[in-house]
Design a protein around this ligand. Structure first.
Ligand code: ACM
Ligand code: ZN
Length: 765
């Protein structure tokens, strides 16, 4: 008994010690369900004499792809055989027909060889894991640590999307993109093929879609919110021939990836309407859009358009063998339909009570057609409005509410909520990041996502197929920038989709990711280093005026090597050492940098703080901001940091359809003569100036007296900072009520939807 006990202990000790040794170099992403490494056992060495044994057609194709990788990365090519009588120096790929989990594999590495046993995609995923077990160093011997791995995915839809409408990416890059998905065990590529700014897929029956629709005369330069808009006046475009599509579909299939094509309707269709104006409500001749946004001209709902779309889909269905066809359905202004006799006649004929029901009718007809061809319709969450088509799957992007509502109706759902899954947002401080769409989505935020909402019952939860990262390309005009925007967030998402919830741990992931960067360096991938960025976290001051600003090191641990200045000078090695939150009592610029071994790592962070009587004080909000624009919470409004324009998610609080109703406790009675509320005007992003701003004061925090109210006209004149000079008063509490514009008026961008109100700072002087 005793000896057995001792033996067990020794084995445990060995495997633990080896684990940490291996752990210093190996970084499996996504983290497998279970992986045990054995230090005591010898590693396996891949040599030119190593044979891969693969018997099924599929395993041979997987082996071929793995072999191509070995040749490309290490300059070594192995033999692939049907049989091998020798038990040594073999990588065996064994097909398992009945597995408890879909897409699963087990892998055993011992001195004599490697066995990967799995179902069809499982073998491929085992080989992806094997790639990550090989040395990053190209010149090193190809040793593989002894281990046992059991692995299978958490979700069946592990997706990445790419918009090729706003910018076009060549076939070669699409294949590279598919390789990126494959290396993180993703299985779905959502290919957004049609947009206002370009139609990108050849349709034989309607050649003008690519002769006209694939080309625009001009493209917006810079940010949408920088006014006035400037254009480059250069012809831009491109499209994929049906032969290209077939090649890409086959390329993806070999990597166990299904392509879900998206043909947008009824909105985001200006390129199609430019090609065939008779498909719109007005018949007016339009160009392919040079500007980003949501446009009023959408497909007319008349039978002629439906026939056109059925013809297009017939060709699309022949090209894409997967189950799903994505039909868009998002962001459809209804103004053209309201004024169109043909749309109104359809509404009468079909007994529809409003234009939402007309959209639903349109989607249902398309669904019926797709179902008749054996396909399932999937669309953005707006397809819930006016009633969901009977068998449709929903992609939830405006938060998770749409996905929750659909799952409650027992429809399948893919989760792509903007604040976690939009990889067109900045992933670091926008001041130091390339131009991006508004929004702030760090790798940590992506990692924190759990696609299965607690609100659902277990039966409803089964309808959550998985999560997907979306890559809209308004500001992504090259393959290098696509790489930058997806790396390393795709690594975090792969773990969201693959790894069991109980195995997820951000600190552990971050450690693996930093090691994985060595591999990305060798792949020459242009990835974001925002993970190394130092962060400033303003907090309430310990007393009196101003804020205390915490500086977080790039690594997220310790403060060794951080220096700063508050006098405007550039921080150097010898500047003030950071030892704890920096007290900022008067308006100043904080500059900080991180030094290691006398060398600066990363860039200098610079932040201006504007300090007034409200800065750092307690603030409470009656209405919480929308989840998507709530970095830093209520304190953001008194943190001394004013938002930058072009705006991004951080620094601004966004309220959808709701008012700002804030009370600031100045801590003691103070004299007050001026109050400023900084608001954003970005109508093209549906962000509107408030309808009014009112300031109230109080001595007890209960009974407030109104001291100033500013009208909509005056706010428009001021445009950004609403400065309110008030008769000198005494107050401890200041309340600000900024009325949201409410429903966006007809004729304005986003008409009929809830307006956004964005506020970044409140100052009291
Ligand atoms: C979307 O982002 N408009 C689906
Ligand atoms: Zn119409």
């Amino acid at each position: 008994m005793k000896i057995k006990y001792l033996l067990v202990n020794i084995i445990l000790l060995i495997s633990v010690s080896v684990f940490s040794e291996v752990g210093d170099t190996i970084a499996l992403i996504p983290k497998p369900v279970k992986a045990e490494f054995y230090a005591g056992k010898e590693t396996f060495h891949i040599t030119p004499a190593t044979v891969i044994v693969a018997r099924s057609h599929s395993a041979r194709s997987d082996a071929q792809i793995f072999n191509d990788y070995l040749l490309q990365y290490y300059g070594i090519r192995l033999k692939i055989k049907f049989f091998c009588f020798s038990g040594k120096n073999v990588i065996r790929l064994l097909h398992k027909h009945h597995t408890r989990h879909h897409e699963s594999y087990i892998m055993n590495v011992s001195k004599s060889g490697i066995i990967i046993k799995g179902d069809k995609s499982g073998i491929f995923y085992g080989l992806q894991t094997l790639k990550q077990l090989l040395p990053v160093e190209k010149s090193a011997g190809l040793s593989v640590p002894a281990c046992n791995i059991t692995d299978y995915p958490r979700y069946s839809w592990r997706g990445m999307h790419l918009d090729v409408g706003r910018h076009f990416f060549p076939k070669e890059f699409i294949e590279k993109y598919i390789d990126y998905l494959a290396q993180y065990k993703m299985n779905t590529f959502h290919w957004h093929l049609t947009e206002d700014q370009g139609w990108r897929i050849e349709i034989k029956k309607y050649p003008k879609l690519t002769e006209i629709g694939a080309w625009r005369d001009s493209t917006l330069i810079g940010s949408y919110s920088s006014m006035p808009h400037k254009f480059d006046h250069q012809k831009y475009g491109g499209f994929y021939s049906q032969d290209d599509v077939r090649e890409i579909v086959e390329y993806a299939r070999k990597r166990h990836i299904t392509i879900v094509p998206e043909i947008e309707m009824p909105g985001h269709s200006q390129a199609a309407l430019a090609s065939y104006p008779e498909l719109s409500c007005t018949g007016e001749k339009l160009g392919v859009a040079p500007l980003w946004g949501v446009f009023d001209d959408v497909y007319c709902t008349k039978d002629q358009t439906i026939k056109f779309l059925e013809d297009v889909l017939t060709e699309v269905i022949q090209l894409f063998p997967g189950k799903y066809i994505h039909i868009g359905g998002d962001e459809v202004p209804k103004s053209r339909w309201t004024n169109c006799p043909q749309c109104q006649a359809v509404m009468k004929r079909e007994k529809l009570k409003d234009e939402n029901e007309l959209q639903s009718y349109f989607i249902r007809r398309i669904e019926k057609f797709l179902n008749s061809k054996g396909k399932t319709l999937i669309g953005w969450d707006e397809i819930l409005e006016g009633g969901l088509a009977p068998k449709a799957a929903v992609m939830s992007w405006r938060g998770t509410e749409g996905g929750i509502a659909a799952a409650r109706q027992f429809h399948d759902v893919v989760m792509t909520p903007g604040s976690y899954c939009y990889f067109d947002h900045c992933q670091g401080n926008p001041r130091y990041e390339p131009l991006a769409f508004g929004g702030y989505t760090t790798v940590e935020k992506v990692y924190s996502y759990n696609p299965t909402p607690d609100e659902l019952t277990p039966d409803q939860q089964k309808h959550i197929l998985g999560a997907q990262g979306n890559v809209w390309t308004e500001y992504i005009d090259s393959p290098q920038k696509v790489e930058y925007m997806i790396f390393p967030r795709i690594c975090a998402l792969s773990e969201v989709d693959w790894t069991p919830l109980s195995e997820k741990n951000y600190d552990d992931f971050k450690g693996r990711l930093i090691r994985h960067f060595n591999l990305l360096d060798n792949y020459h991938i242009n990835y974001s280093r925002a993970l190394y960025e130092m962060k400033l976290i303003p907090m309430p001051s310990s007393g009196g005026q101003g804020v205390n600003c915490q500086i977080l090191a790039a690594s997220g641990t310790g403060s060794e090597g951080i220096v700063y200045t508050l006098d405007g000078s550039t921080p150097v090695d010898k500047s003030i050492k950071y030892t704890g939150p920096v007290e900022i009592k008067k308006s100043s610029t904080l500059k900080t940098a991180w030094f290691k071994g006398g060398k600066q790592k990363g860039y200098t962070i610079e932040q201006q703080f504007i300090i007034n009587k409200a800065t750092g004080k307690k603030i409470t909000l009656a209405n919480p901001p929308d989840d998507r624009y709530n970095t830093g919470g209520a304190f953001t409004l008194v943190d001394g940091i004013w938002g930058i324009i072009p705006w991004f998610g951080m620094e601004w609080l966004g309220f959808s359809g709701k008012d700002l109703d804030a009370v600031i406790d100045l801590g003691s009675e103070q004299s007050v003569s001026k109050i400023t509320v900084d608001v954003l005007n970005a109508e093209n992003s549906w962000i509107y100036l408030p309808a009014s701003v009112e300031a109230l004061i109080s001595g007890d925090g209960i009974n407030f007296t109104s001291i100033k109210k500013v009208s909509a006209d005056e706010i428009k004149r001021l445009n950004r900072a609403v400065v309110m000079d008030i008769p000198p008063s005494k107050a401890r509490y200041v309340k600000i009520v900024a009325k949201n514009l409410g429903k966006i008026p007809v004729g304005k961008p986003g008409e009929g939807n809830d307006a956004w109100l964005f506020v970044d700072e409140i100052a009291v002087e």
